[in-house]
Design a protein around this ligand. Sequence first.
Ligand code: FES
Length: 127
Amino acid sequence: MSHVKKYRLSVCKGADCKDNGSDAVFVQANAAVSAAGVAPRCEVFRGGCYGLCHLGPNVVIREDRGQPIDPFASDDFQLNFEPGETYYWKMTAEKIRRVVAEHIGADRPVDELRGDPTLEDDFRKRD
Ligand code: FES
C-alpha cells in the first residue's frame, strides 16, 4: 500500500491579512477540506503572521510527518524553507478551494499559485 500523505494547512491571521480576506480563506479552507473528505489527512490551523502581509492572505502547507507541534516553534511565524513546505500567496476563497482539492486531495501542489516570499512590493498597490 502506498504511503498516505498528511498535511498541516495554516492560514495567517495578522490584522493586515484579515483586512485583506484571510478570515474568508480560513472558512473556505475548512469547508473545502470537509467537502473533499480529506479531514483525516489535513489539519487546518490559524497561523500567526509570516511577515509577508503585503503578499497575503498567506497559506502555508507542510507535510505532517508526525512531528510534535511545538508551541514555541517558528512554524507559524516564518517560512522554514524545508522539504514538504509550500507557500501560497494572494489567497482568495476560490484559490484555497483549488489548493485543497489539488494539493491535499491529489497530493499535487499548485505551482501557479505558489508565492515568492522574496518579493518586497505590495502587489495590491501594483497596476
Ligand atoms: S498577517 Fe498574513 S502575513 Fe502577516
